[in-house]
Design a protein around this ligand. Sequence first.
Ligand code: ADP
Length: 178
Amino acid sequence: MKRRLGNCIVELAIGDITAEQTDAIVNAANSELAGGGGVDGAIHAAAGPTIMQQTRKQYPDGCPTGSAVATNGGLLNVKYIFHTVGPIWRGGRLGEEADLRSAYRSCLQLAIDFQCESLSFPAISTGVYGYPLDLATEAALSEIQSFVKNNEAPQRIRCVLFNEGIYGAYARVLESWE
Ligand code: ADP
């Protein structure tokens, strides 16, 4: 499913983000950039050990929640991996939405800084970090929408969703766009 927003196409796909061929993919990392399970583990496993070598060298202090840092794509078919840190869900009153929006925005800004025409996101924070899927989806798509309206965003933004349930949540929100 796709929607056009000005010059940008926002696309939803079901799949494994390590198979993407966009200019950059986003990793849902932890603040130590220490690797882990879920999409983080899948990306490091597929991209190879040079990614962790880069993050240790360039970002020894890790990455705060809501920010993002870039490495190259290692063995993947992408130029860059943007490692961002979404919030851990703690009930919703501790700034989780602002942090999640900031994670998306930081990656979109890196896409501009690195002149990426296309960028793929996973559903940040919706796995181990426990952010309720419908709320995470609303925040993700609304932040992408407002960024695209206000910036020279990449021409293609893909949300690569790991199963049909997550895809369904995204599709319901995207369908409500004019
Ligand atoms: P977080 O700690 O930010 O919650 P997770 O990796 O646990 O990160 O989950 C984030 C989302 O990524 C979840 O929706 C999960 O289903 C999804 N996911 C896990 N592996 C992959 C993958 N290989 N490609 C795309 N999405 C994935």
